[in-house]
Design a protein around this ligand. Structure first.
Ligand code: ADP
Ligand code: MG
Length: 718
């Protein structure tokens, strides 16, 4: 098991529903159990909050609507939200022929009059809610139209008896199309009303010191904000709820780690022969930090706890070689190693690096991707089971059920955060006691590391291989595209290889593709057949063919030297003699992503240039992003800035990878609480690993509440 997320159950396990404590049943009832919430509204609530009552309870208000302003009509100020008490005088239906003329209801009080205005109105409904001759309370924005006071589509129409309830500060919630504030607010109130009192799982000293309310008080108060200060993420109420979530997550991670750290198998201690041969065969010397990382890993593998180490190294820092040395250590003992990459291009690149070296030193390595089918695939599987092959490199194809190893000692996962939860669970199953090395080029800020892995061992490649020159990064307006094309032409004439990256329009390859195809056509018109195109929709074979033509013979003429690409080239692609990169609409990319892209160049001893083309009228954030890139090549600084500018979920790519995003805690605001939660969890696991004390019992409920059911089972197994 690899991380926090393994503490979660595989999908929806019926077991979790059976073992869930009864006290939580009402919170896990479907939202459709609320009266008035049928399948249609239920689906909308599920989209915006989630399927359960608890999800409504945790759907927190993001702003306030103050309805306490309640003037008589003569004093009502246009533009303000007002709560008015009026008598309904007359309904004025529009002529049926013209749908654009609104339905108006004339109303008054002793000081003046107002029209309530409804477009596409249903007369029968309005006659029922606003009957002529009766008094009603209406609340909404007051407008002045042609000298007449009016209110278009009041937010609230209520009988006089509800006046006091309307004249409040109303919380306002994030919505989705088709759902209204009123409906959502009512359903949230209903959900909160159903929430039980839960036993306190917080350390009493901590709760007292922080002045945090009890859980039930917290969920009630959080939906009754009286002013803006109550919406602050560090308001006591919100802090408490955030802390609950962080504690559940840290406790789950801790329980899983405590279990998986105990190594059921034997330590791996290679004799160094293969590693020595590999070092001799490398065309370069290892950098000091590569050597240090290798030493860390070898020591981990030799210890009797299971390795879970993250190798962080900026793009181009040479992680593959480090991984190879770790794999050879396993193979020296007659065991096996696997390396997994998130994309086919990457898997092939790793294989291309590893295979010749492996062959030179007499180690058998194979590649397995989704492309291998039938007999060919079966042959590879046979080699693995028999142990004839020592190294396997592949994509998520390696996760499949029927893949078995003779003796898997080490699993290396490249760009690990790009894999989904489920895939990583499957990998963990392959080698019960396998050491795990995670590799990432996206430097993960300390806060995130902690949130997702708890205390994970870490090695960093801090230096670039010798002789690398800094990349000359420039920002240029798209209006000067012609000049850029001219400059690219000159570079090509000098023999340079050029990446041209097309804008990310949406997280959709189809739309990106249109832009890339158009740019390819335009550039091919100028430069001819030397312009290639690679994108995510190409079949693996076609992709390889294009990449190979671009990578070309070491010093001969490549068939393609200007490669138009979508972000498929973002991770890992290694064409050392590419020295120019143009990124179109750089303002549309994330900071870390731009850094990754730029890392494709500057990989040789030749100077490299990166041109960031931006659209005019840049926003503030985009402007600072590009400035940071111009200023620095330090991946860690860039990652921290990125976290600041974007927020955590985005940074780890959790949207795609399925890592859990916190819903009550935010890593930007609650980083300090995270560290407290980690220490709290550590202490709990030391003192009460089976969660048997009173507090332990309460903590189990906390784990179930945040659906960390698997962790509860681990605690039980004790
Ligand atoms: P990344 O960390 O981005 O995965 P790679 O492992 O792909 O980096 O290495 C980038 C390039 O640097 C490769 O061409 C690799 O052969 C080369 N390389 C790795 N280590 C060294 C070194 N110590 N000296 C020179 N080149 C190196
Ligand atoms: Mg790499």
């Amino acid at each position: 098991m690899l991380s926090a997320i393994e503490a979660e159950p595989h999908g929806f396990s019926p077991l979790s529903a059976r073992t869930r404590p009864e006290i939580l049943f009402s919170l896990f009832a479907p939202v459709t159990s609320i009266k008035g919430v049928g399948p249609r509204i239920g689906a909308l609530i599920e989209r915006v909050a989630g399927p359960h009552i608890a999800d409504l309870v945790w759907h927190l208000p993001t702003s306030l609507l103050d309805r306490r302003y309640a003037p008589v009509l003569r004093d009502a100020e246009p533009g303000r939200v007002a709560t008015l008490t009026v008598r309904v005088e007359a309904h004025r239906q529009p002529p049926v022929a013209n749908r654009r003329i609104p339905y108006k209801i004339h109303c008054s009080d002793e000081s003046g009059d107002i029209d309530l205005v409804f477009f596409h109105a249903r007369a029968d409904y309005l006659e029922k809610t606003l009957p002529t001759g009766e008094q009603r309370v209406v609340s909404g924005v007051v407008e002045l139209f042609d000298g007449q006071l009016q209110m278009t589509h009041p937010d609230i129409v209520a009988p006089l008896s509800e006046r006091a309830a309307v004249m409040q500060v109303h919380p306002t919630y994030p919505l989705t199309e088709g759902l209204t504030q009123n409906v959502l607010r009512r359903d949230i109130a209903e959900a909160v009303g159903r929430a039980p009192e839960l036993p306190e799982w917080l350390d009493p000293a901590l709760a007292a010191q922080r002045g945090w309310p009890r859980w039930h008080d917290a969920i009630t108060q959080v939906h009754e904000p009286a002013d803006i200060a109550d919406l602050d993420p560090n308001h006591k109420t919100r802090q408490r709820l955030a802390y609950d979530e962080l504690l559940a997550s840290q406790l789950a991670i801790g329980l899983v780690r405590a279990k998986t750290r105990k190594r059921p198998g034997q330590p791996t201690v290679g004799n160094g022969t293969l590693r020595a041969k590999a070092v001799a065969a490398l065309p370069f010397d290892l950098t000091t930090s590569q050597q240090r990382a290798i030493d860390d890993i070898i020591a981990d593998m030799a210890s009797d706890t299971r390795m879970l180490r993250l190798l962080q190294g900026d793009v181009g820092s040479g992680k593959t070689v480090v991984a190879l040395m770790a794999m050879l250590n396993a193979i020296e003992e007659g065991r096996q190693a696997a390396l997994m990459a998130p994309t086919e291009i990457l898997a092939r690149q790793h294989f291309a690096t590893i295979a010749p070296l492996a062959e030179a030193i007499g180690v058998s390595a194979v590649l397995l991707t989704g492309r291998d089918k039938g007999k060919a695939r079966q042959q590879i599987l046979d080699l693995l089971v028999s142990g004839e092959t020592s190294i396997i490199v592949g994509t998520h194809a390696l996760f499949q059920q029927d893949i078995a190893f003779r003796d898997l000692a080490l699993a290396v996962v490249d760009e690990q955060h790009r894999f989904g939860v489920h895939q990583r669970l499957l990998l963990a199953d392959k080698g019960a006691a396998a050491d795990v090395l995670l590799m990432t080029a996206t430097p993960i800020p300390r806060t995130l590391m902690l949130a997702f892995y708890g205390d994970l061992d870490e090695s960093q490649l801090t230096e670039k291989p010798a002789g690398r020159l800094p990349i000359d990064t420039r920002t240029i307006t798209l209006a000067r595209l012609d000049e850029v094309v001219g400059a690219v032409g000159r570079k090509l004439a000098e023999g340079a290889k050029v990446f041209w990256v097309c804008p990310l329009v949406e997280e959709s390859e189809t739309i990106d593709l249109a832009a890339a195809t158009a740019r390819h056509a335009a550039l091919a018109e100028i430069f001819g057949a030397r312009v290639g195109l690679v994108h995510g929709r190409l079949g693996a074979r076609e992709k390889d063919a294009v990449m190979n033509q671009f990578a070309g013979p070491a010093d001969g003429d490549p068939a393609i030297d200007l490669l138009v690409a979508t972000t498929v080239i973002e991770v890992g692609v290694d064409v050392p003699d590419a020295t120019v990169m143009v990124i179109e609409h750089a303002e549309r990319f994330g900071l870390a992503q731009l850094h990754q892209l730029r890392g494709r160049i500057g990989r040789s001893t030749k100077p490299s240039t990166c041109l960031l083309l931006y659209a005019d009228a840049l926003g503030e954030t985009a402007r600072s992003r590009l400035a940071i890139l111009r200023e620095t090549d330090d991946g860690f600084r860039i990652a921290e800035e990125d976290l600041r500018l974007r927020g955590a979920g985005d940074l780890l790519g959790t949207r795609q990878s399925g890592l859990p995003e916190f819903r009550l805690a935010s890593l930007e605001h609650h980083g300090e609480l995270l560290a407290v939660a980690r220490d709290d969890a550590k202490l709990i696991i030391e003192r009460d690993p089976a969660l048997e004390t009173d507090r332990g019992e309460a903590l189990r409920i906390l784990l179930y509440l945040f659906e960390r059911d698997a962790a509860v089972r681990l605690a039980r197994a004790g």
